[in-house]
Design a binder for this molecule. Structure first.
Ligand SMILES: [Cu+2]
Length: 151
């Protein structure tokens, strides 16, 4: 084996995510990331706009944060009788060259059991997990309960 071939092998084994096909998270950018802080132990909602600049769809499958023991992907649904409920979502697709917005009364991150008290103005790191195992860390700004959607 030539030194050059050996170097190539070492480089590729050290960079398992480098390849012809970039990971889903590499194509996704996040903007308008914020958390609606509610009083007491009420769960907070996390909102963000995800833009997929890639030629293939990216699929969000989970999210996690050191700031919350539980982070779930939820969808708010309006029932025919006017009430609303929330359903857990296992996969949320961001289409190729498209975007997906997590906004109040629709898709959102459900944030429960804060590890420490949060206050308005704080920045919270939440990591978004995609179907291929790639991850996107996002800073979320904590906003008050009466904050309006800015998307
Ligand atoms: Cu929810």
């Amino acid at each position: 084996m030539t030194p050059r071939a050996l170097g190539f092998l070492l480089a590729t084994s050290l960079l398992p995510t480098a390849g012809l096909h970039a990971a889903q998270a590499d194509h996704v950018t996040a903007s308008h990331a914020w958390i609606r802080l509610l009083p007491g132990d009420l769960p907070a909602g996390g909102y963000v706009t995800l833009q997929n600049n890639g030629a293939t769809a990216a699929t969000l499958v989970a999210a996690q944060s050191a700031a919350y023991a539980s982070v779930m992907i939820h969808q708010s649904l309006q029932e025919t009788d006017g009430t609303s409920r929330m359903a857990m979502i296992g996969r949320l697709m961001i289409p190729a060259h498209g975007d997906m917005s997590l906004v109040p009364a629709s898709y959102h991150l459900m944030l429960q059991q804060a590890s420490h008290p949060l206050k308005v103005g704080d920045s919270v790191d939440i990591t978004l997990d995609f179907a291929d195992g790639s991850r996107l860390p996002v800073h979320f700004l904590v906003r008050p309960a009466n904050a309006v959607d800015t998307n």
